[in-house]
Design a binder for this molecule. Sequence first.
Ligand code: TLP
Length: 361
Amino acid sequence: MYDSNGGNGRGGEAFVDLRSDTVTRPTATMRRAMAEAPVGDDVYGEDPTVNDLQKRAAEIFGREAALFVPSGSMGNLIAIKTWTRPGLEVICEQRAHVNQYELASMSALAGCFPRAAFAQDGILTWPLVESLIRAKSPNYSQTGLVTLENTHNMAGGTIYPTRVAEEICERAHERGLPVHLDGARIFNVSVAAGKSVRDLTAKFDSVMFCLSKGLGAPVGSMVVGSKEFIEKAHVHRKMLGGGMRQAGVLAAAGLIALEETPKILHRDHENAKYLAERLAKVPGISIDPAKVVTNILIFNVQQTGKTGAAISEELKRRGVLANATDKFLVRMVTHYDVDRAGIERAIAVMNEICAAERTHA
Ligand code: TLP
């Protein structure tokens, strides 16, 4: 059912594109479903396909309600806006998407301030979270929300031990704080941990997950939670310009992404592990394959004598796309549009680059 690399009509086959799983293109089945989707005006709540998607997402996560949103960034912002008010702080990990990659929207648009701390592998613990909670005092801004990210993107697709995440939720609740999960890639956690997304997220007050990353839908994310929370979130979606009309054409692909793609995500994890094991053997590259448990690898290239950006340029010249995420770090993300042959090519190219470097040294 899934098209092989480059076979679904977008072109660009010359590249092995490992920049992100956001680059996945809709499968032939998704495209057919999009063409045939019954639609209506979703701002009136009348799009049957959007309604089906929201119902299915709520069922799968064991929640009262769900909301289809245009992007993961908007989903996180809507959740932050719904749980907080201007002047409050949002606890998050230093490299969290909400902290570093959402253009300070929590401040610019929700009036909140990030209270971020670096955590090993991106995994916050209750003692660390507790240390960030503000004491009740007229001298401090007050804590409004805790957010976790699972998988943690910029820590290399790491996953929370379930108990660690649960403890943060339980203890935060005792302190009267809601906990939001940026679960953009929660289905990758589910596959890696062998647990349902429902069980993994049961203690969170709200969850955002993306249809448009490894699950392969062209557009869209979901926010799930209680009926009351989703009603408020709905208002914020409209306020932020996220009210869509005949969005059923997008939701149709989202439904297939949600039902079908989790079954094949394990291949992306196998490819990522294989890629990490091979890259670990390339002189100058540093990565611990044991830490690669989902579909994201971040490796250090400092010993090659080049920056991440320079390596990224050289890869591109040889037909492989990967982004630098820091001066000496490069990220590769596996997904269903890159098969094992594509992975082998990326490995061969990386060996070539490093061998060329040694010849010139
Ligand atoms: N991540 C993108 C980039 O923005 C970095 C990527 O290529 O990985 N939460 C997490 C954990 C994410 O990784 C992303 C996107 C988002 C939220 C935002 O989703 P979108 O791109 O739909 O706004």
